[in-house]
Design a protein around this ligand. Structure first.
Ligand code: GDP
Ligand code: GDP
Length: 436
């Protein structure tokens, strides 16, 4: 499971600036997509040697729709889940009483703490840092997040404090199965679906071993195919009967997406497609996962409402028009065969092996069909392509002036390759390399 770090500090010290600097990645697929905004609170940092989840707890206190108690709970939850706490302070304001209060709270958690002294740009470093030495935090680092200075060192220091990477012990029975994460907002119908898929008996058996912190992996066999359902909130809830309402956890959702090959995002047909639904889909895409959208509670809906719902989906899900949408009723079990078929197809597309010579030929065709716009009087050249990995299929393209290629052209190439290789159901990552 991906480790987690939480950014904590007073308002205005630069947490969201730091969050952006840590989670913005060059190849982020969602960044280029019109119609979807990035999650302001949760992201994955991939700039170091090991990816981890970053939570901006300051962002959490600003959630508009949230009641204060709920957001306070989310902050506590983030701190609880975090492996490392990054305590952000402001070198220009100096040390304020509120900083001490926050630090005391963080210390109670007993977790490793890094102090990030932000806004050191234009200041005398030694002076700026001296004031915060009283904290006695061994890892106290200067930072200028707005100028992306010091973030690399911060990421490195964070990595040193993360628990050692353990080779995930995979049940031999899991080999050859498709790893699936079923995610969605509370009440979308996740546990109803999982129940349906597994049957009650197996669910109870499989939940015995689960504790809150262990990732849960549940085997499933259906129509001759084997799957592993990963860390589903639905299963977890059943595991602790005494807990009536499981906290919806974006962190857990991100971790299961990272561990899965295919993500099923469940949305409730009777609710309007919420921003949070789009955010979850955006996370799945950023994670590079094959994607299926399951529109649940399709039973007993009026024709008019169905039409409204379909139209809204079409409009708002354009950025993932390659993902299959399946209409299901988890309650009645309808549409489940089609759902699992879509999962298999998406997995097949995501893990397809592509050959260099084929890719280069396709690149030539794409380039002949439509060339990228001029960059300062020169046409960017795209010379050859080779595969750079699967799940998601990654296509490395070598050429010149590729840094200036616009997102629209990147999308054109993505779609061209997707059509040519029938890569429906999965994001396609294009990675440009200059020179040669
Ligand atoms: P948050 O409330 O802790 O999330 O703080 P923000 O990230 O919103 O930043 C608050 C203000 O500080 C913004 O106006 C930022 O532009 C500014 N800021 C953030 N980082 C730096 C920095 O490294 N140097 C300077 N000079 N300003 C910064
Ligand atoms: P979760 O929070 O995503 O795990 O959602 P649950 O599985 O607990 O379902 C939330 C509520 O929606 C429950 O009352 C379910 O009975 C109901 N529900 C789930 N799936 C369906 C469905 O396909 N149709 C209808 N009508 N209700 C459903």
């Amino acid at each position: 499971m991906l480790p987690v770090i939480a950014l904590v500090g007073r308002p205005n010290v630069g947490k969201s600036t730091l969050f952006n600097a840590m989670t913005r990645s060059r190849d982020a697929l969602v960044a280029d997509m019109p119609g979807v905004t990035r999650d302001r609170h949760y992201g994955v940092c991939r700039t170091g040697t090991r990816p981890f989840v970053v939570v901006d707890t300051g962002g959490l206190t600003e959630v508009e729709e949230g009641i204060d108690a709920l957001t306070a709970q989310q902050v506590r939850f983030a701190i609880e889940e975090a492996n490392v706490l990054v305590f952000v302070v402001d070198a220009r304001d100096g040390l304020l009483p509120q900083d001490r209060t926050i630090l005391a709270e963080l210390r109670r958690s007993g977790k490793p703490i890094i102090a990030a002294v932000n806004k050191t740009d234009g200041l005398d470093l030694q002076n700026a840092m001296a004031e915060f030495a009283v904290f006695g935090i061994a890892n106290t680092l200067p930072l200028a997040a707005a100028h992306n200075r010091g973030t690399e060192d911060l990421v490195a220091a964070t990595e040193r404090l993360l628990p050692p990477e353990v080779e995930e012990v995979v049940d031999p029975g899991e080999a050859g199965s498709i790893r699936v994460a079923i995610v969605g907002r509370p009440n979308a119908g996740k546990s109803t679906l999982i129940n349906r898929l597994l049957g009650e008996d197996r669910l109870i058996v499989s939940s015995v071993a689960g504790t809150t912190r262990d990732p849960i992996r549940v085997p499933l066999e259906r129509d001759g195919k084997r799957y592993t359902l990963i860390d589903t909130a639905g299963v977890r809830r059943k595991a602790r009967v005494e807990e009536a309402v499981e906290k919806f956890s974006v962190i857990k959702t991100l971790q299961s997406m990272a561990a899965a090959q295919v993500v099923v995002v469940m949305v409730d047909a009777r609710e309007n497609l919420a921003d949070q639904d789009l955010t979850l889909i955006g996370h799945a895409v950023d994670e590079g996962r094959a994607l299926v959208i399951a529109v649940n509670k399709w039973d007993g809906m009026e024709a008019y409402d169905r039409e409204q719902c379909q139209r809204a989906l079409e409009r708002r899900l354009q950025f993932v028009d390659w993902a299959k949408t399946v209409f299901i009723s988890a309650l009645h079990g309808s549409g489940l065969r089609e759902l699992m078929r879509a999962v298999v197809h998406a997995h097949h597309a995501a893990t397809k092996e592509l050959s260099s010579s084929e890719l280069t030929k396709t690149l030539e065709l794409a380039y002949e069909g439509y060339q990228p716009p001029l960059v300062r009087g020169h046409v960017p050249k795209l010379r050859f392509a080779h595969p750079g990995g699967t799940n998601p299929p990654t296509i490395v393209i070598h050429g010149s002036r590729t840094k200036h290629i616009a997102p629209a052209y990147r999308r054109y190439l993505e779609n061209f390759f997707r059509k040519r290789y029938k890569l429906e159901g999965t994001p396609v990552r294009i990675s440009f390399r200059d020179g040669e």
